[in-house]
Design a protein around this ligand. Structure first.
Ligand code: AMP
Length: 547
């Protein structure tokens, strides 16, 4: 027998309608690229987004299912588009501005974006892309006219469109399974692939991450959205904050640690999201210049790469701010797990607690994760047996956009993440590596992430990246590329002895290379592909060997 409850669409329209009805006075604050501040309320955002939805339909000819792209920093007009585009029945496609020109052109051509909204400060960058586009999307600058000089033809202005616009009576109501958002994977493992989020997946993801066991966001909070809106929809924060009535602070391009600290203190932010590189930078800046008053953050949310336990510990000991780690992927909207202690951990010694918190955590309500061994069996939750994590749930990708065939990791009942590791008896998942990053030496696996996390705990090591290099005898050996603090190199023998306590002898890198910097992907992750390439063409510097 079927339940007899109403069919009520879970949609981005219902999120913004709720935010406007219940939290109309809540503020949205943007620090714009020119350093000026812009402030307005949820209700103002609502009115402008609804007007823009009308512009999209009546003036720009948008139809259901059209892709409408954004090429912009985190700021209020970009936020309006997050609601205006799906509210017009179309699909909001934020483009990652940090990808290469070729990748951006590939993505726009692949998505066939009909309109592209561009931040005024990114117009020069976009000029390099325009000539590589197959189509001629309508370009709209997020400014009023006349704004600036550009070689781009056919540009119209966002603020002019809003001034001329009629108010739209009703949002276009979509089926909850219709697409509302599109993100491309960052391409660390080949061509970018599109992931098409639905209204339903977006709604349920936001609801789940709002809960106290997850990000614990409420109308008491003021959230600083450091994760760019062009990277996996800023982890869903533009939706969860409106749903929770949490105020939003949008820093646009002001992402240097000193600027972030300044924004947090001025606006009294209580929560912020960012990748480990951001929080390591913030920690260093705080150390250099300790603030007069304690930071207002109750905690910071970190994900995208493994957060070193040593930095999480130091940030808490030195500045009293705990970090909460989460894991996810573009394909998982992005959040799948979160690492918070449970009451039965409270009596454990602090170091034990830190070990738990530096794992990737437990499943969010709504998703299921398992680990599958090389033999194809489900690994026991014993904290020891390693396997590839597979995930399923209502906000997990089923198929990639415009890929008729399934792509190896999609199309089944479970999505194969490519991340490997263990799940312990309490359900905490711990990533030991991405599949391709595991180093197999003499038939035994070595975790490059474990080595990197241990190396950055050395006081003279600022950053570390471990890659596999070919070895005649062992087939592969680990190579550690290290950025030393103040350029003061530490002898390889000392690093080996520093690591030796936590690793078997065969797991210790034989080679250590001092590098000025470690190449990063567009989203700030260690770019191992590039390091491997540099190594293969002999451009990684001299090797110091110690056996
Ligand atoms: P992306 O789709 O670019 O967000 O990349 C997703 C990948 O980032 C995952 O498959 C993981 O390999 C990695 N990742 C995300 N969060 C974490 C985390 N907390 N710890 C370790 N790796 C992570």
């Amino acid at each position: 027998m079927k339940g007899q409850m109403m069919q009520y669409a879970l949609s981005t329209n219902s999120i913004i309608e709720y935010g406007n009805r219940v939290f109309p006075r809540k503020e949205i604050i943007s620090k714009l690229p020119d350093g000026c501040w812009h402030r307005y309320r949820f209700t103002d955002m609502y009115a402008r987004a609804k007007k823009m939805a009308g512009v999209l339909i009546n003036r720009l000819g948008v139809h259901r299912g059209d892709r409408v792209a954004t090429f912009a920093w985190n700021q209020y007009q970009h936020l309006e588009l997050y609601y205006a585009i799906p509210g017009a029945g179309a699909i909001c496609h934020p483009i990652n501005i940090r990808l290469s020109i070729d990748q951006i052109a590939y993505i726009i051509n692949h998505a066939e974006d009909k309109i592209i909204f561009i931040d005024a400060t990114l117009i020069k960058l976009f000029e390099q892309i325009a000539s590589r586009l197959n189509g001629t999307p309508q370009l709209v600058v997020l400014a009023a006219s006349p704004a600036f000089e550009t070689s781009l033809k056919n540009i119209i202005h966002y603020e002019d469109l809003l001034t001329e616009a009629e108010v739209l009576d009703e949002w276009i109501e979509s089926d909850e399974n219709d697409a509302c958002g599109l993100s491309y994977t960052s391409g660390t493992t080949g061509e970018p692939k599109g992931v098409l989020y639905s209204h339903r997946s977006t709604y349920l993801h936001a609801l789940s991450i709002m809960t106290p066991n997850a990000f614990n966001i409420s109308c008491q909070d003021k959230a600083l959205l450091i994760v760019p809106q062009f990277h996996v929809m800023a982890w869903g924060f533009p939706f969860v904050c409106v749903m929770a009535g949490a105020e939003m602070v949008l820093p646009s391009c002001h992402l240097q640690p000193e600027s972030l600290i300044d924004i947090i203190q001025k606006e009294k932010c209580t929560i912020a999201n960012g990748v480990p590189a951001i929080w390591m930078g913030v920690y260093e800046a705080l150390k250099k210049n300790p603030p007069n008053e304690k930071l207002t953050l109750k905690e910071y949310l970190v994900g995208g790469s493994a957060m070193p336990m040593s930095i999480m510990d130091a940030m808490e000991q030195d500045f009293g701010i705990p970090g909460v780690q989460a894991w996810g992927m573009t394909e998982t909207s992005p959040l799948g797990t979160i690492s918070r202690l449970q009451p039965h951990h409270y009596d454990l010694p602090r170091q034990e607690q830190l070990k738990i918190r530096s794992k990737q955590g437990i499943e969010l309500p709504g998703v299921e994760i398992r680990s599958v061994t090389e033999e194809g069996t489900t690994a026991p939750r014993d904290g020891e047996t390693t396997g590839e994590f597979e995930i399923k749930g209502p906000w997990i990708v089923d198929k990639y956009f415009r890929c008729d065939h399934t792509q190896g990791n999609t199309g089944g009942e479970w999505f194969k993440t490519g991340d490997t590791g263990t799940i312990d008896k309490d359900g905490y998942m711990m990533i030991t590596d991405r599949k391709k990053d595991l180093i197999k030496s003499g038939g035994e696996w070595i975790s490059s992430i474990a080595l990197e996390l241990a190396l950055v705990a050395h006081p003279q090591v600022k950053e570390a990246c471990v890659i596999a290099i070919p070895d005649d005898r062992w087939s592969e050996r680990p190579l550690a590329c290290i950025v030393f603090t103040d350029d003061t190199e530490v002898p390889a023998a000392e690093l080996r002895s520093f690591l030796s306590g936590g690793f078997a002898a065969y797991q210790l890198p034989d080679h250590y290379i001092s590098v000025k910097q470690i190449p990063k992907t567009s989203v700030g992750k260690l770019d191992k592909k590039e390091l491997r390439r540099l190594y293969s063409i002999g451009q990684l510097g001299e090797r110091s060997r110690d056996k």
